[in-house]
Design a protein around this ligand. Structure first.
Ligand code: COA
Length: 355
């Protein structure tokens, strides 16, 4: 049966390394606190004014396309996953098409906003397009330029220390080989706790959700026009234009949902945890990955972690980690690779693929 396989993969991380000690200089935090709670030692930040989510995505995409052995003009669909787009709209899908110089092809471009599970969702979408026979060369990119949207004061330290910039991309093509490619994908969501990890402003909520939490009055909306409710000086001054996160709540949900969705994928493919050769968890927090590893009974060499060096790169974390694992020879042809992600929404998902 027709399904998708990854024919080319690439990643790009910016040159600038930002250590925990560098963050100590701008906010009240310590290397010890960050490493103990998250495992993160350093992360990368893109070059201001010179790099964006789109340009980093394009660098990763160029490598993926070259490795797939096709020309960029042959890409017939683009999927771009990010929570830190260059613009509110249009999305990075069309911007990367322009950056790659392939607008003449008029290939479709789709942006998906599923945060940390964006890459797994994108993989599933690409697989469905390929299974249906609609497209033959689907480019999937996950990229983030978090550094442009974080609060570097002590107020934002619980979120800011976690995130880093980077991009990963894959080029997917059809195969009929049952021993190669994507075996299954599982996608889930539960919007009950949407604001537990969110970037609310600017936005068209007009204070609606905030009001339910009894906080809208702070926003002084009473005399505001609609436009001022979308973004205003008060939001900027009070830091409401930065992401918010209830870290402990997110942690508890993540350690429950990661193993659940991995077991679901394995069961649907008639496989067990002992069949997994390599688990690539979304790099949310090293403690979360270690918990999942223990729960599934996997050895250290069966789980790829690089959060120590890059922090959490959201939609980019899985393709960067997968690409590194392949380049290091830790994933070999025929291996069963399990990808899994959990994040804001909440949304979560998994994918099993035979490399
Ligand atoms: N440096 C130093 N102290 C910090 C800090 C920082 N960067 N960030 C928060 N703190 C402080 C808090 O203010 C709090 O201080 P208090 O006890 O005086 O009030 C204390 O550390 C504990 O904060 P808490 O948020 O309870 O810490 P935690 O043990 O839950 O660790 C996270 C915080 C964010 C590392 C952890 O909750 C986490 O990783 N959660 C999951 C997040 C995640 O994966 N997000 C992405 C999902 S895809």
């Amino acid at each position: 049966m027709l399904h998708a396989k990854i024919s080319g993969i690439g990643y790009y991380v910016p040159e600038k390394v930002v250590t925990n000690n560098d963050l100590e200089k701008v906010m009240d935090t310590t290397d010890e606190w960050i490493q103990e709670r998250t495992g993160i030692q350093e992360r990368r930040y893109g070059k201001k004014h010179l790099e964006t989510t789109t340009t980093m995505g394009a660098r990763a995409a160029t490598i993926a396309i070259e490795r797939a052995g096709i020309s960029k003009e042959e890409v017939d669909f683009i999927i771009f996953a990010t929570l830190s787009p260059d613009y509110y709209f249009p999305g990075c899908g069309v911007l990367v098409q322009r950056e790659l110089g392939i607008t003449q092809s008029e290939a479709g471009a789709l942006d998906i906003r599923n945060q940390c599970s964006g890459f797994v969702y994108g993989l599933s979408i690409a697989d469905q397009f390929i299974r249906s026979g609609m497209y033959k060369n689907v480019l999937l990119i996950g990229a983030e330029m978090h550094s442009m949207g974080l609060d570097f004061s002590t107020r934002g330290r619980n979120v800011t220390v976690i995130f880093g910039d980077g991009a990963g991309a894959v080029l997917l093509q059809p195969t009929e080989d049952p021993d190669k490619g994507i075996l299954t994908t599982k996608l889930h969501s539960d919007g009950t706790f949407a604001e537990k990890l969110a970037f609310e402003n600017p936005g068209a909520h007009g204070g609606y959700h905030l009001d339910k939490r009894g906080e809208a009055h702070d926003l002084q909306y009473s005399d505001a026009t609609y436009g001022e409710m979308f973004i205003n000086e008060h939001m900027i001054q009070s830091g409401q234009i930065f992401p918010v996160m209830d870290g402990q709540f997110v942690f508890k949900m993540a350690v429950q949902k990661f193993p659940e969705v991995i077991m679901e994928a394995l069961a649907s493919a008639n496989l067990t945890t002992s069949d997994i050769d390599m688990l690539i968890p979304h790099q949310a927090n090293l403690r979360i990955s270690q918990f999942v590893q223990r729960k599934l009974g996997l050895r250290d060499d069966q789980v790829w972690n690089n959060i120590q060096r890059y922090g959490n790169t959201t939609a980019a974390s899985i393709p960067i980690a997968l690409c590194e694992a392949i380049e290091a020879g830790a994933v070999k042809p025929g291996d069963l690779v399990c990808l899994a992600a959990f994040g804001s929404g909440f949304t979560w998902g998994s994918a099993l693929l035979r490399w």
